[in-house]
Design a protein around this ligand. Structure first.
Ligand code: FEO
Length: 134
């Protein structure tokens, strides 16, 4: 199982988004703990729903600020958000149909978010910082 914990390496230098990323990591840890405790499909599904909902809210927040400040990389960044959202929705459908295990979605989401935060989100951070976002 992929394990995720918040580290300073994940900080993009903007408190607003570091706090949201920390919440995402916290939800992944909650999901991991529930899987370890052998929680059932319904309990895992409820945590996943919250995780997905918060991820969508977080993506929309980033995109809103990028649009507001005319960030040049918005289209590319949004395309990555959209692709992840679509993948997770597909996973959720397969999970509900019993065709995939929660641990697979957990691994996929953990790896994707870690990589996205540490590479892609760090690209927009200096731009938004220069616009006064902290
Ligand atoms: Fe923090 Fe682009 O997601």
């Amino acid at each position: 199982m992929s394990i995720i914990t918040w580290t300073e390496q994940m900080s993009i230098g903007l408190k607003t988004f570091d706090d949201e990323h920390k919440k995402l990591v916290g939800l992944l840890v909650t999901l991991s703990d529930a899987m370890r405790a052998g929680k059932g499909k319904d309990a895992l599904g409820a945590i996943l729903d919250e995780l997905v909902q918060y991820t969508v809210t977080h993506f929309a927040h980033e995109e809103r600020l990028m649009l507001l400040h005319a960030y040049h990389g918005l289209a590319e960044h949004k395309a990555q958000h959209d692709a992840l959202t679509q993948s997770v929705l597909n996973y959720q459908q397969r999970l509900a149909a019993g065709k995939v295990m929660a641990i697979e979605l957990f691994g996929f989401l953990t790896d994707w978010l870690k990589k996205h935060i540490q590479t892609e989100d760090k690209k927009y951070a200096p731009f938004l910082a220069a616009k006064g976002i902290s």
